[in-house]
Design a protein around this ligand. Sequence first.
Ligand SMILES: Cc1cc2nc3c(=O)[nH]c(=O)nc-3n(C[C@H](O)[C@H](O)[C@H](O)COP(=O)(O)O)c2cc1C
Length: 192
Amino acid sequence: MNILLISGSTREGSLNKSLLDAVAEEAHNLKHQTTSLSRQLASFPLYHFELEEDAAVQNQLSLLRQQIEAADVILISSPEYNGFLSPHLHNIFTWASRRAAGKSHSVLEGKVVGLFAAAPGPFGGVRMLPRLSSFAADHGCWVHPRYVAVGNMAAKTDESGQLTCSETRQKLRNLISQTCKMAEPVQIAEPA
Ligand SMILES: Cc1cc2nc3c(=O)[nH]c(=O)nc-3n(C[C@H](O)[C@H](O)[C@H](O)COP(=O)(O)O)c2cc1C
């Protein structure tokens, strides 16, 4: 499967970026390919309607659409900010929800999505995840009903940010493989 990785945090040293690095490693171990959302899209301006006419923003938007269209599965890891998803991630969804000219639906429609979160605190973003799940479903995504919230993330990584907790890695593998299964074409047996 082609997996698109989206971090809700764009900052250097982000815990969610570290978690997505581990997600990418585990996805490769499971024989999937991964691509990260382009760095160009980290500077996407906050959405408003008039910006849709801006040539530079149109380039960013078409890159975003291409990356989403090319993905069989999208795996997202977002920080929790006051119980909600990050403003950056919200903005990415808002831009991606805009239909391209001549299209009847957005590129998000029908995309299979798996959700992760990392936080320095003990709960790992668990208040935000069901909200993100419902938010993504409202955009037409098919969201895996379970998610992985990694609390005390700093204690589970080494000094280079590498996830060292084997139990957490097992949870990542489980959610990656189940989410990829959701994206396999449904096999309907012919009636006998
Ligand atoms: C405005 C603000 C609100 C936050 N709210 C929460 C929260 O509700 N739950 C939580 O676990 N952490 C919260 N945090 C802490 C973030 O989880 C922490 O900054 C985290 O490292 C951000 O993710 P990142 O490392 O991927 O950038 C908040 C941080 C900020 C700055």
